[in-house]
Ligand binder design. Structure first.
Ligand code: SF4
Length: 377
């Protein structure tokens, strides 16, 4: 059995973490402060909108990457109403580069829901003050909800994001991956939480994971929990959290055509709204069949998906891209449009666009590299 701390030890851990955090926490994170710049006092509320946006951005992405996106977002969609009424195209364009685009779509869907609920109630405050209210919104899990409730309202809800799972797995030198014992990890996060200062405590826990208890080479010599940490005592803290042996990711080759017409425009299509990259624009193409030449793949896919005939020309670029569940290789060729009015047979819409205008469309990361290759030719 893992050596989880008891109530007395939790109190010591809590006090040590908060004391460390006062001097070493990341106190300049903009959404953890008042708009005017000061730190909120205990029990004082902050505007939930910037916190909610930040927490959704942080779900799959590190703070340093999120910060410039968050600043641009807050300039463009300054409040809940602005996001609810925004054009979906603009929302995706602003998210471009952050990945996991369903987060942006759900953020806007949630903004619409919150605004509708507020209007139905006859104005007032749109923001939920409990777990159920947040979990009812698209794109919000228990940890994100706990983080928003504690950050915005200083309410005592625990969190369990990737950083926190790592810290807690090391604290107890947990012999199993966190994903296999989530209920225990939630109980520990809850047991450690400071009921009087939940906002400060959760932020301190995240800061410990992000700055000292890092995935590789944790700075145990500076850690307020060192003398209680079972992974440190075991002599190899970076061995935790224990992981399951990863399964090899499936690999697929995708033939992609950058199709030009006689006016020098290129053809792009907008993906269907569902799925990981739903609503984004892309250069058309599809999966290579076994023993199929890539030129044949491209011509076939464009015929099947757009009802056009093309002449497949020289290779433009090869882009390897790894998603969490598969690895793709995009083999991209220039093509010349020969016949057939393009039809969106497997997409929302198709459009001919001059190459300099491609930047005004939201593309997945792999397609952004194709655009860069086009600009260099
Ligand atoms: S002692 Fe090291 S491994 Fe343990 S919690 Fe602190 S930084 Fe992490």
């Amino acid at each position: 059995m893992d050596p989880w701390p008891g109530a007395e030890q939790c109190a010591v851990l809590r006090a040590r973490l908060l004391s460390w955090w006062e001097d070493h926490g990341r106190h300049t994170i903009p959404w953890t402060r008042h708009a005017a710049g000061g730190r909120p006092g205990p029990g004082e509320a902050l505007d939930p909108y910037p916190i909610w946006v930040a927490e959704v951005m942080l779900q799959q992405t590190q703070l340093q990457v999120v910060l410039p996106f968050w600043h641009r977002w807050m300039e463009r969609f300054v409040c809940l109403e602005a996001l609810a009424e925004a054009d979906g195209h603009d929302v995706l364009l602003l998210w471009q580069g952050l990945g996991y685009y369903s987060r942006a779509r759900r953020l806007q869907q949630a903004a619409v829901l919150l605004q509708q609920t507020c209007l139905a109630r006859g104005a007032g405050d749109p923001w939920p003050r409990n777990l159920e209210g947040w979990l009812a919104l698209p794109g919000i899990g228990r940890s994100t909800a706990g983080s928003i409730l504690s950050s915005a309202f200083d309410l005592p809800y625990p969190i369990l994001d990737g950083n926190v799972k790592r810290v807690l797995a090391r604290l107890g030198a947990s012999a199993q991956p966190p994903a296999r014992q989530l209920a225990r990890f939630w109980r520990l996060s809850e047991a450690l939480l400071d009921q009087q200062r939940p906002r400060a405590f959760n932020q301190a826990l995240m800061d410990l994971g992000a700055t000292l208890c890092t995935p590789r080479n944790p700075s145990c010599g500076l850690c307020p929990w060192q003398e209680h940490c079972a992974a440190y005592a075991a002599g190899d803290p970076a061995r935790y959290p224990v992981k399951d042996v990863p399964r090899p990711l499936p690999f697929q080759v995708i033939g992609v055509g950058v199709v030009f017409n006689s006016a020098g425009e290129v053809l792009i299509d907008q993906r269907l709204p569902e799925g990981l990259l739903g609503g984004l624009w892309e250069f058309p193409g599809g999966k290579q069949e076994p023993d199929e030449a890539i030129e044949t793949t491209i011509a076939r896919e464009l015929r099947e998906e757009l009802a056009i005939e093309v002449e497949v020309g020289e290779q433009l670029i090869v882009v390897d891209h790894a998603y969490s569940h598969k690895k793709l290789r995009f083999v991209v060729h220039r093509c010349r449009w020969l016949a057939g009015e393009p039809q969106p047979l497997a997409s929302q819409q198709v459009r001919w666009v001059l190459p300099p205008d491609l930047v005004t469309y939201p593309f997945p990361a792999a397609n952004a590299r194709i655009i860069a290759a086009l600009e260099q030719r």
